[in-house]
Write a new protein. Structure first.
Length: 138
């Protein structure tokens, strides 16, 4: 799974999700893309599951770019532990997603295959998405 090699701080504040994405909101590499329409968190497992779905639908043709990286740790206290005594240990990594953020980009396949692959990948994610192209929103 995706995770940072080294981080400055092991645990981070929870934060809040508001506003729209300013960085990473336009197509940079491919012809078609999957764009988030609401805010949310995307785990490393969800990023990988959507990537596998895209590759299988495209039958290994074309190229896929993953535009998000899980760089925020999620912590969890051990089972059957009383409240208090500090914050739990880091358990997994997530990418914080804002509305308008490009998640995946595709090129090298036909339009109908790209749309089908990205829609199936969007079904694996915990928030709503839409497919966009270089010309317009599909």
């Amino acid at each position: 799974m995706l995770s940072p090699k080294k981080v400055k701080h092991r645990k981070v504040f929870k934060g809040n999700s508001r506003g729209v994405a300013s960085v990473g909101s336009s197509l940079a590499f491919g012809d078609f893309a999957l764009k988030a329409t609401v805010c949310g968190k995307m785990s490393a497992q969800q990023i990988e599951a959507a990537r596998i779905t895209i590759n299988r639908t495209m039958k290994r043709g074309g190229k896929v770019w993953i535009r998000v990286f899980p760089d925020k740790p999620l912590t969890k206290k051990a089972a059957e532990t009383r409240m208090g005594k500090g914050k739990g240990s880091p358990e997994s990594w997530v990418a914080v997603i804002q509305p308008g953020r490009i998640l995946y980009e595709i090129s090298g396949v036909s339009e109908d295959v790209a749309i089908k692959a990205l829609e199936l990948a969007g079904n694996k994610l915990p928030f709503s998405t839409k497919v966009v192209s270089k010309e317009n929103t599909l």
